[in-house]
Design a protein around this ligand. Structure first.
Ligand code: ZN
Length: 462
């Protein structure tokens, strides 16, 4: 497996069999937006690919449940920290599951790791890499780390940060511990006084606690959105290097932004939208497949038009599934090798999907020519099953898939009409039966009579 490393700016080979992966997770103070979905889907594809090629993966993703924004929400709503964070955390998990993202193996919450963070901050102070100011805050002393900024290559704008640097020794220093101010709603005891941890320290402490290995690097792959490279990941790397005398990660992997109309999606620009709104309109699998179609490093430009056309591509997969028997499979070793090699090359999804499109077309053509071609069918079933496993799409029954978006009420009506039509046919009243078929067609429902029953599909856009 080769992955593009943001630090060395080249693809690095991951040779280890036992992979430790850590991805920075959500701050649970609000609903997940499309950027969260994109990151989750990108790293889910990574986990599934690594497992498919025989690696053992331990995947950790943290939950930031103590933060300024959470405290602000507490003050505004009068709710407890737990009430706010557990609600958003539960809906985050539900929404990611709807996108068919596998749950992480370890999902530590910041509030459960306060002791570990305090220990690391204490170590950093004792080793001379951190200092406490008069007001009680503890800062990381970036000047003491000669490798600081070697991860992101970020250039600090001294003129800007000089203004905000009040108690810091240097502009690039960052906070490890915020001392509790008067009336602070949540704070913890520590050797540096009551307060709470800064954001960056939690990932270093959690990685050490939950998934770190012995050796030069604690973990193999560290992931997150590209907006986290600086300062968040730079700071995580510095804390671990200076506190634990170990490099944090061998590879630093970043996914691109979600843009809308070419502009970065963000709350401050007012063009951000919640995943739950998208999920109310489209099935999670359709959104997942759409998010997968752009390479993870590229920016993802969201448009409804593209979503619809990616759905048509997914339809083709289900059309083929409808023609084969998933219980009878013959391995297509050539496809498996090519498909996985494409993904092993820094998750080259375009190549993997192009291979899939080709095979779908070839299988359909072969079956059109010879509908009884058992080998083609069994190989197609194998391909579909492999793709479902690795891409996380295609697991539904074709009938369920082609009935997506139909409300319970509508379904009851459709099924009632189909039952009436069956009765009419039994009574040899073919005019009445045809009239019902036409009525259903107007509702966007197409019927297919099989030997034993009538199945139906909802036509797109009707
Ligand atoms: Zn992090």
């Amino acid at each position: 497996m080769h992955i593009y490393d943001s630090k060395t700016k080249q693809k690095l080979e991951i040779r280890e069999k036992d992979i430790r992966l850590y991805v920075c997770g959500p701050t649970v103070y609000d609903d997940a937006h499309l950027g969260h979905a994109r990151s989750a889907v990108a790293f889910d594809l990574l986990v599934r690919t690594l497992r498919a090629v025989g690696k053992q993966v331990t995947f950790a993703r943290n939950v930031t449940d103590i933060d300024d924004k959470i405290l602000k929400k507490m003050a505004e709503s009068g709710k407890s920290l737990e009430e706010i964070t557990s609600g958003y955390y539960e809906s985050y998990k539900e929404e990611m599951a709807k996108l068919n993202c596998l749950a992480p193996d370890v999902e530590p919450k910041a509030t459960e790791c306060i002791g570990d963070m305090i220990e690391l901050i204490d170590t950093l102070i004792k080793k001379g890499f951190a200092y406490q100011t008069a007001s009680g805050d503890v800062y990381f002393d970036a000047a003491k780390d000669d490798k600081y900024l070697t991860l992101s290559g970020h250039k600090l704008d001294e003129t800007v940060s000089r203004i905000e640097a009040s108690e810091k020794r240097n502009n690039k220093d960052f906070v490890l511990w915020k001392s509790a101010k008067e009336g602070e709603l949540v704070s913890f005891d520590s050797p540096f006084g009551r307060g709470r941890p800064g954001w960056h320290i939690e990932c270093s402490a959690m990685i050490k606690k939950h998934i770190a290995k012995e050796g030069k690097y604690q973990i193999d792959i560290h992931g997150g959105g590209s907006d986290l490279l600086f300062p968040h990941h730079e700071n995580e790397a510095a804390q671990t290097r200076c506190g634990y005398d170990q490099e944090l990660s061998q590879v630093w992997m970043h996914n691109g932004f979600v843009t809308i109309g070419g502009e970065k999606m963000s709350k401050s620009l007012g063009n951000s939208f919640f995943l739950r709104d998208a999920l109310a309109k489209y099935d999670g699998e359709i959104i997942r497949f759409y998010l997968l179609t752009t390479h993870y490093r590229a920016n993802f430009n969201f448009s409804l038009e593209d979503l619809e056309s990616s759905k048509k591509r997914l339809d083709k997969l289900y059309r083929l599934k409808k023609r084969v028997d998933m219980a009878a499979q013959i391995e297509d070793a050539e496809f498996k090798k090519e498909f996985l090699s494409a993904l092993e090359d820094d998750l080259n999804i375009s190549k993997a999907l192009a291979l899939l499109d080709e095979r779908i077309q070839a299988a359909n053509e072969a079956m059109d020519k010879n509908p009884k071609d058992k080998e083609t069918k069994a190989k197609a079933a194998f391909i579909l099953s492999l793709v479902t496993n690795v891409l996380g799409v295609g697991a539904k029954s074709p009938n369920d898939y082609f009935q997506l978006g139909v409300s319970d009420e509508e379904r009851a009506k459709i099924e009632e009409l189909i039952a009436k039509r069956s009765e009419a046919k039994k009574a040899k009243d073919f005019m009445a039966a045809d009239a019902i078929r036409d009525e259903l067609k107007k509702m966007g429902v197409e019927l297919m009579d099989t030997a034993s029953q009538t199945v139906w599909e909802k036509l797109p856009g009707v």
